[in-house]
Design a binder for this molecule. Structure first.
Ligand code: FMN
Length: 215
C-alpha cells in the first residue's frame, strides 16, 4: 500500500522528543533516504580544531566546479559559526570502524578542546585551507564556502554549499566493491516512522553499502 503525505505534519504523529518535528520535517522520518556520514572539520576562533559528525548532503558538479551541498546544517552548531567566519571547511569520510570516534566528537564539544585529539583521531595539515583534514579519512574534500541559504526561512537549519578546492583520496581506495563495504562509506538512516501511524522505534541505523552488482 502506498501512502501519500502532505506538507503539513499529520496531527497524530507524536513527538518522540521535544521539538523533533521542529528541527526536522516529518518527511525526514517517513522517507528515510540514507545519507552518507562524514566529519566536518573547521577551526574555532581560538585556533583549536572543531569536528562535527554530519549526514544530510549531496556531492556533484561539472567542469566549472564540484560542490558539497549540505542542506541540513543546524544554525546553532559551532561548525556553522566557524564556516561563516573563516569561509572554509574540510569534509572527511571515515569508515565504520571510526564510528565511535566520530560520535565522541559530539561529546567533546568544549571551546578549549581540540575535538579530533579528544576523540582519538589525528589531524593532518590541509593543502589549500586552514582547517585540518582527518588522517584516518579515506577521502577528504577541502572546501571553500560557496553560499549559504536558509531554505525554510525558520532560522533553524541552513544549506551550506562548499566548493571543493582540493580532494585527497587514499591510494588504496580504488575499488568499487571495497568502497561499498566495511572499509567504505558510512551511511545514516534516521529513525524510521510508520507513514500511516507516525509510530516507530526511535532508533536509526548506521549502515554500509552492499554491492548488488559490480560492472
Ligand atoms: C549520525 C549523526 C548525524 C548527524 N548529522 C548532522 C547533520 O547533518 N547536521 C547537523 O547540523 N548536525 C548533525 N548531527 C549533530 C551534530 O553532530 C552535533 O550537533 C554536533 O555536536 C555539532 O558540533 P559543533 O557544534 O561542534 O559544530 C549529527 C549527529 C549524528 C550522531
Amino acid at each position: 500500500m502506498k501512502t501519500e503525505i502532505g506538507m503539513k505534519r499529520p496531527a497524530h504523529f507524536k513527538e518522540y522528543w521535544p521539538g523533533m518535528y521542529n528541527f526536522f520535517s516529518h518527511y525526514e522520518y517517513v522517507s528515510n533516504v540514507p545519507q552518507p556520514l562524514f566529519l566536518i572539520t573547521t577551526l574555532k576562533e581560538n585556533g583549536k580544531v572543531n569536528a562535527c559528525f554530519h549526514s544530510w548532503s549531496a556531492f556533484s558538479g561539472d567542469s566549472g566546479g564540484f560542490y558539497a551541498v549540505m542542506p541540513g546544517l543546524m544554525k546553532h552548531t559551532h561548525t556553522y559559526k566557524n564556516i561563516l567566519r573563516d569561509k572554509e571547511f574540510c569534509i572527511n569520510f571515515l569508515s565504520v570502524e571510526h564510528y565511535e570516534a566520530c560520535q565522541a566528537t559530539i561529546k567533546e564539544n568544549d571551546e578549549d578542546n581540540d575535538e579530533l585529539e579528544a576523540a582519538g583521531l589525528m589531524a593532518e595539515t590541509s593543502t589549500v585551507i586552514k582547517p585540518p583534514r582527518v588522517k584516518e579519512a579515506f577521502l577528504s574534500f577541502e572546501c571553500k564556502l560557496h553560499c549559504d541559504m536558509d531554505l525554510s526561512g525558520k532560522n533553524i537549519s541552513t544549506m551550506v554549499i562548499g566548493q571543493v578546492v582540493n580532494a585527497v583520496v587514499d591510494g588504496n581506495h580504488d575499488n568499487a566493491a571495497e568502497l561499498c563495504g566495511e572499509k567504505g562509506f558510512m551511511y545514516y538512516v534516521h529513525a524510521p516512522k510508520n507513514p500511516v501511524t507516525g509510530d516507530g522505534e526511535n532508533a536509526g541505523a548506521i549502515a554500509v553499502l552492499m554491492p548488488a552488482r559490480v560492472e
